[in-house]
Design a protein around this ligand. Sequence first.
Ligand code: BTN
Length: 278
Amino acid sequence: MASPASSKSELLDSFKILSRMDLSLRESLNDLQIIDSLDSTNSAVQRLPIDEQHGAVIIAEQQNAGRGRRGKNWHSPHGQNLYLSIGWRFEQKLTELGCLPLVVALAAASALQEAGLKGHKVKWPNDILLNDRKLVGCLVEMHGDPQGPCNSVLGIGINVHMPASDEVASMIDQPWTNLESHLPGCSRNSLAAHLLDALLTQLPLFAANGFEPFKQMWDQYDGLHGKFVDVTSGTEVMYGVAAGIDEQGALLLDIGGQVRHLHSAEVSLKLRSNRLIV
Ligand code: BTN
């Protein structure tokens, strides 16, 4: 059952979002729907006819079956956070889109910066952390011909107002934070507008030029670089120093001078820092 939005949290409003977007970028949107309650915004975009998905955005007040990476749930209470998905079609081969999850994270990082946040970092491949606590998760789902074109659905969840007292959120299996604690009074409608502006700028740039224009930005936001990390890949557990990414977006892990290239589908990370595990 939907719990009411907190009194300080304004409801999502497509007019407010569109009016706070850059005018020229707004024109590249195909559709913007705000839905009160649904299963998952990613699933809702995937249910649209395939030729209507490119540039279509669905935002929800609540998700009843919000999906995270690696089959996890994404806790999505009503009126508290931002749950946004956009469909995007790429002409490239699937193998040329390995950096797409990183580009989505960078779009979210830019949007947060535009909203006034400082000090947030990207944890490979596409979490955003603030003070080592998770603020944003991204779910990139692709379908289509491996030789291209590929249709992607890019889902972003940002913890905005969700309080630590939320019964289910208090059981989330990793440290998390919300934007409100760092930017009091932040508006979900403005944040959605910043996020759409960033996505509509960065996705065409990635489609045209690949990851090269983003490399410097990645290095600036990379929260793992030079840190000791535990990496689980299938049944293999490794320990090494994170050393950036390769041109396919794989994580470089330096294990005693030998560098492994690790791809997103195979790995999970645990930061080693006293009790911290994210
Ligand atoms: C993760 O960190 O595990 C990814 C979380 C992604 C959550 C977002 S919320 C909007 C979109 N719809 C979903 O069902 N999932 C993504």
